[in-house]
Design a protein around this ligand. Structure first.
Ligand code: F6P
Length: 545
């Protein structure tokens, strides 16, 4: 492949470095005071979501240079490449066509699209049967509980979506087991009756140790409860690209739903990997979830750069990481049902863009994906927000805020909204030394004590945040939200010049773990590891005696 120009070599880069110098010391409040159209001008809408990015350290000039950077990087063509099935995953020589999973027409991808349509028809049939209580187990009992066993992309997406759409759940309860720690499965099974429980073994590769270990344990639990091997077909489904491995496990092809190598695990909730969600909320809601994502896809592909929400969010990520050395990014959903959103985004952004070489193998001299973390608001306000307000690191924040609540508890929801808006504003305005001293004097401190304490109350402010609002969190807006972050991740990967669709960095740990597992079980081929690991292996073995 031809080498692509790296960001610092693009003409807009130098202009951006100059803008960054000016804006590093500019006051955000000052920017608002100087331009009474700022809030409106720095807000864009798409697919039921509204992004207000006016509390960022950007002005019209910096924004224009960022948009030029995107243009000079050829981002318009890269977006087309994604949708057109170009091999954007160059190290694995394949496309990344997750958008096809939610497309209502297949365009140039007719063959693949027909496979998706056929898979969705099967998925729908299974989801509707289970959702309506029309599936019975080995004893004739209705299946009331479904356990999705998977990890990474085969867990985080469906787990998030099921939890976020709780108000839309039917009678079937969906549970998620991912950790190889046996406690995860055992805690889940303790609440369940084998006769009315079904399992979905969700694994693109069907080679993932954690998932296979939990799947085998679930199978043993079912058999121990009195089911025969033949009965297992009523209780086990699989979602995978690897039919032979599923068959070897004991799940026949008739019980398997497909995945494709052109869909990355962390982009797969739109496929049959989302089966558990479709069972939980019913097919109609699941289709609305897909439609919300498709609406965001259309916006992303069809909008001009200056109104393109995923692109703008990506440019802000690039801006802070390249020019302000921001190594963190914080996501705070002010909606309890989105509490797993940061976990989901960690895999999406850090497995995609946590890379140190360009897609053509050159070592990069700049920072790539920041560390992403967060939690549901308001919990963080009573723990880590201290660092956001007064710590030494710059941590841009995304607040996610549905404007209405499904709970009916309107007044308490109003408190939640007030907290969200207050946090965003507080990050921006901060508190000067002067104001800190005045506040202390007003509280009754004398001059000396007020002067001593005041520096501790100072909050530098000018800390950037976005607010993404939506009228309500529903299947459509949730689909749009996830697609928004997928596309933001893609744009950032393209700008950093990395391949967002491979994950070679997870391989070596798996290999070493296999060797260590053999050693923990007592095997020895005579080779040794470092003294620390050897000591810990011995400690484990001693503890088993
Ligand atoms: O080890 C990382 C990873 O391959 C992720 O990319 C993936 O989502 C997860 O493991 C699960 O993989 P699978 O669906 O093949 O079990």
């Amino acid at each position: 492949m031809t080498a692509r120009t790296l960001l610092p070599e693009l003409p807009a880069y130098a202009a951006l470095a100059e803008h960054a110098k000016t804006l590093a010391s500019a006051s955000l409040e000052g920017l608002f005071a100087a331009d009474n159209t700022r809030a409106r001008a720095f807000t864009v809408s798409a697919a039921g979501l509204h992004l207000d990015y006016s509390k960022h350290r950007v002005n019209a000039q910096a924004l224009s240079s960022l948009l030029q950077l995107a243009e000079q990087a050829g981002l318009g063509q890269r977006i087309e490449d994604l949708f057109n099935g170009a091999h954007v995953n160059n190290t694995e020589d394949r496309p990344a066509l997750h958008t096809l999973l939610r497309a209502s027409d297949g365009g140039a991808q007719q063959l693949r699209f027909q496979e998706v349509v056929a898979a969705k028809a099967r998925m729908r049939e299974i989801a509707e049967r289970l959702h309506c209580g029309g599936h019975t187990g080995y004893s004739g009992s209705t299946i009331t509980d479904v356990v999705n066993i998977g990890i990474g992309g085969s867990d985080l997406g469906p787990r998030l979506v099921t939890q976020a759409l709780k108000p839309f759940h039917g009678q079937v309860q969906c549970h998620y087991v991912s950790n190889v720690d046996p406690a995860d499965l055992l805690d889940t099974l303790a609440q369940l009756n084998p006769a009315s429980t079904a399992f979905i073994i969700c694994s693109k590769s069907f080679r993932t140790e954690e998932t296979l270990a939990n799947g085998l344990a679930a199978r043993a639990w079912m058999l121990a409860a009195g089911a025969s091997t033949a009965d297992l077909d009523k209780h086990f489904l699989a979602v995978t690209t690897n039919l032979p491995a599923a068959r070897e496990f004991g799940i026949p092809a008739a019980n398997c739903l497909p995945m494709w190598d052109w869909v990355g695990g962390r982009y797969s909730v739109w496929s049959a990997v989302g089966l558990s969600c479709a069972i939980a909320v019913g097919w109609e809601r699941f289709a609305q979830f897909l439609a919300g994502a498709e609406a965001m896809d259309r916006h992303f592909r069809g909008s001009e750069a200056h109104t393109n929400m995923p692109l703008l969010m990506s440019l802000l990520e690039i801006w802070y990481s390249l020019f302000f050395h921001a190594s963190n990014h914080v996501v705070l959903p002010y909606d309890h049902s989105l509490q797993r959103f940061p976990d989901y985004l960690q895999q999406l952004t850090m497995e995609s863009n946590g890379k140190r070489v360009s897609s053509d193998g050159r070592e990069l001299q700049y920072q790539t994906a920041p560390v992403l973390w967060g939690s549901a608001g308001t919990m963080g306000q009573h723990s880590f927000h201290q660092l956001l307000h007064q710590g030494t690191r710059l941590c841009p924040v995304d607040f996610i805020l549905p404007l209405t609540t499904h709970t009916g508890a309107v007044e308490q929801h109003r408190m939640l909204v007030a907290n969200c808006l207050a946090q965003s504003r507080t990050l921006m305005v901060g508190r000067s030394l002067e104001k800190a001293r005045a506040a202390l004097l007003q509280r009754g401190f004398d001059d000396d004590n007020a002067a001593t304490l005041a520096p501790h109350l100072v909050m530098p402010g000018n800390r950037p945040s976005s607010i993404i609002t939506m009228e309500s969190l529903n299947p459509g807006t949730l689909g749009a939200l996830l697609a928004l972050y997928e596309h933001r991740t893609y744009c950032s990967g393209q700008l950093w010049r990395i391949n967002s669709f491979d994950q070679w960095g997870v391989e070596l740990g798996k290999e070493i773990s296999t060797d260590i597992l053999a050693r923990l079980a007592g095997a020895s081929d005579g080779s040794t590891m470092d003294a620390s690991t050897e000591g810990l292996i011995s400690a484990f073995r001693d503890a088993q005696r």
